[in-house]
Design a protein around this ligand. Sequence first.
Ligand code: DP6
Length: 421
Amino acid sequence: MADQSKRWILMTTAQTPTNIAVIKYWGKRDESLILPINDSISVTLDPDHLCTTTTVAVSPSFDRDRMWLNKKEISLSSDRYQRCLREIRSRANEVEDEKKGIKITKKDWENLHVHIDSYNNFPTAAGLASSAAGLACFVFALARLMNVKEDLGKLSAIARQGSGSACRSLYGGFVKWNMGKNDDGSDSIAVQLADEKHWDDLVIVIAVVSSQQKETSSTAGMRECVETSKLIQYRAKEVVPKQVADMEAAIKYHDFPSFARLACSDSNQFHALCLDTSPPIFYMNDTSHRIIGCIEKWNRAEGSPQVAYTFDAGPNAVLIARNRKVAALLLQRLLFHFPPHPDTDLDSYVTGDKSILQDAGLKDITDVEALPPPPGIKDNIPALKYMGDVSYFICTRPGRGPVILGDESLALLSPETGLPK
Ligand code: DP6
């Protein structure tokens, strides 16, 4: 190892996207290895709008492994973090940085400690899946720091042991998590179906729905569901295999009507399983149901689906529009039915890719309340409005997989102290 008295610090910073499942993972056959009872498919979201950035650092001066999340120190003692750390450490290789005069041998890694600093570019409190991006970034960044030679598939199997849905965040675009058959989980890995450029017409609008309710975590929810629902095994064995095959074909052929029908029905089926759990779990709320009603009505009126909806373990709606034109109409409708409080400006109400606002002709609107009904909504029918039921919207699109940020100024840890900047 390099001269210990120099107290060198070596760092890597990575950025990893989050993902939204369009065929849901729900239920484990092995709780500790996190092996699912069915395959699932997701769309990776553009990291410009939703991602985790993680800096990992190693130094002989660190006396223990430490982690910070969104500026606060958190414990690394959970089985999930420990398992991921162990799996990555056991695959570490020699690392040499001639410029800094650092040489770490394979054996050195057993005694060196790491600092990990992670940051989400979206509010964690919003109930958006942050664990997927977080665990994927944890594994990806550590693997690069420790010069782990495994391919993304193998890394996905390690990220899976941190949080199931994290394995799908190792790739951009459209991703499938193969449930696998092996007891050791070696074949339970994620594969990329198509990259983000394959279907770049799609626009995604997330409605962050206001909620006071304390939610049941996905982990607890799916455990209770496996233990008590009579429907869950039927879904896993009889329904999902065909849905997965049909979804793969819809993605391959850019078949939006099939994509939308499958995504909506799979989401509804997942929430039906939650109701079939004892005691029942309610992830969606009245606002979620109103959004579904609004999309269903619109899709029916158009004769073929324009927008797909899907909901994870919470009330937020993820809406996938078939193209930018439809996305602009969608935003008009959403703002009409769910206007912001008068003290909230449009700029902070619609976040992410604001060019959709421009397309919708809403860029410079100051009084959202006074907007006329969007096309297709009749003036003579009193429109239902739910001010304040949506906290804000995020406009985004399918996005790329993890990347290493080479620019050292983007690191979250100080190169001098190895502590958060
Ligand atoms: C509803 O991956 O959060 O978002 O594996 O226990 O960490 P653990 O659960 P998690 O579950 C995600 C469930 C879901 C559906 C999905 O992403 O496929």
